[in-house]
Design a protein around this ligand. Sequence first.
Ligand code: HEM
Length: 142
Amino acid sequence: MSEADPAAKPQRPFDRIGGREPIARMVDRFYDLMDSEPDFAELRAMHGPDLAPMREALTDFLIAWMGGPRDWFEKHPGACVMSAHRAMPGMNYAVATQWVVAMQQAAKETIPADPDFVDSMVSAFAGMSKSMAANAGQADNH
Ligand code: HEM
């Protein structure tokens, strides 16, 4: 058994996943699935016709959420993803489940080498999505 180096910093999820590229690939696959699979039609209908801005926005958000560069938060000072989603028209458990299922499939396909990481990330997304749906329709405040 080796002793942990007390000076070592805990590894950021951003480093464990391998930086920006794997996150961008996962997000691209997520929106490709949403755009093509009938099971995700209700979720797709909540989005605008052009998904390109969302591909960039969700990638930037997840990079920051995983401890990487914080460009998304710098572009959206004071923004709260949770309260913005609760206030979205059409938010409910059905679309929340579609979001998690699509993201789980995208993550499994694009990060096949690290299933433990995928499981903990998807669990976190499931908790967030459930809370977004549970509090749907509430005013956009904290
Ligand atoms: C409950 C399931 C979810 C639904 C139905 C949903 C729906 C949406 C929709 C419709 C948009 C586009 C809004 C627009 O056109 O401006 C969007 C954007 C976004 N969503 Fe979600 N979402 C869900 C879960 C999540 C989760 C769990 C996260 C974070 C891990 C997330 C992060 C984002 C981000 C960062 C954007 C882009 C915001 C921006 O920069 O403009 N969403 N979502």
